[in-house]
Design a protein around this ligand. Structure first.
Ligand SMILES: CC(C)(COP(=O)(O)OP(=O)(O)OC[C@H]1O[C@@H](n2cnc3c(N)ncnc32)[C@H](O)[C@@H]1OP(=O)(O)O)[C@@H](O)C(=O)NCCC(=O)NCCS
Length: 219
């Protein structure tokens, strides 16, 4: 495997990373396949533990992170936060769903009442993140174009699946993929279950899945 770029770290994403997430999504996905700020904010709020961000630590020019050069959301959380920023170069973002494969409802934001609770209609119960679901629905995986082809997509997805398996938060991981991307996921041990019914992004997706209960991610 190719070595990672210098000063790389992988950690779950949080609400403070939203600007970098939206920017990277806009650089990597065509407009009809983007979730956009509102959905990304919802997903990171509803299930931050089901996300992974890969960052490179970038030293700042003067050894200090000025407010102008470095918005608060991009400052390092480490002890030397005054001398570096974290640039997001890849991410995996997921929620959980109660179905075996990803549905259009899983990709939506649920309707919430004034008290902050999910409105209890049958359709609404399947919308967005379902905490009791047994499937981790990966809605987005991408790598900054500058870093593509360096196995970072492989690395972050393998790391994500292994963490999900260790934490035993669900029984399986599901992803939607265009046909040309199917081998990328099969090489990591995912199975192709054929065409998906999802219409998001114009449809034409394949359902990919991997069990977290009986397998390790392929090297
Ligand atoms: C798809 C993506 C995450 C892959 O990340 P990456 O770091 O460039 O991929 P890797 O270097 O780990 O590639 C691993 C293998 O997958 C193949 N691959 C990567 N992207 C591919 C693509 N778009 N189509 C077909 N094969 C692809 C590579 O050729 C490589 O094959 P090899 O092992 O035979 O050399 C990245 O290209 C990306 O962000 N694309 C735009 C967003 C996107 O399409 N996300 C996936 C939605 S299903």
């Amino acid at each position: 495997m190719a070595p990672l770029p210098e000063h790389v770290l992988i950690r779950p994403l949080g609400s403070a990373d939203i600007d970098q997430v939206v920017k990277l999504e806009s650089h990597t996905f065509p407009s009809n396949e983007r979730a956009g700020r509102e959905k990304m904010r919802y997903r990171l709020h509803a299930a931050p533990e089901l996300s992974s961000g890969m960052f490179v630590r970038v030293p700042t020019k003067k050894g200090r992170c000025s407010k102008r050069d470095c918005p608060r959301s991009q400052r390092s959380h480490s002890s030397d936060s005054a001398s570096s920023t974290e640039k997001l170069i890849a991410f995996v973002i997921a929620t959980k769903c109660a179905t075996e494969y990803i549905t259009d409802d899983a990709l939506e934001i649920p309707e919430i009442d004034k008290e902050g609770y999910r409105k209890p209609t049958e359709v609404n119960c399947q919308r967005g993140h379902v905490e009791t679901g047994n499937t981790i629905a990966v809605e987005s995986i991408c790598v900054d174009p500058e870093y593509q082809g360096m196995k970072l997509g492989t690395t972050i997805l393998r790391d994500f699946v292994q963490r999900m398996s260790t934490q035993a938060v669900a029984g399986r991981v599901a992803i939607l993929a265009r046909e040309d991307m199917v081998p990328f996921y099969e090489n990591l041990g995912f199975y192709d279950a054929g065409p998906s019914v999802v219409k998001f992004g114009g449809g034409g997706w394949h359902n990919l899945w991997i069990s977290l209960e009986d397998s390790e991610v392929d090297d």
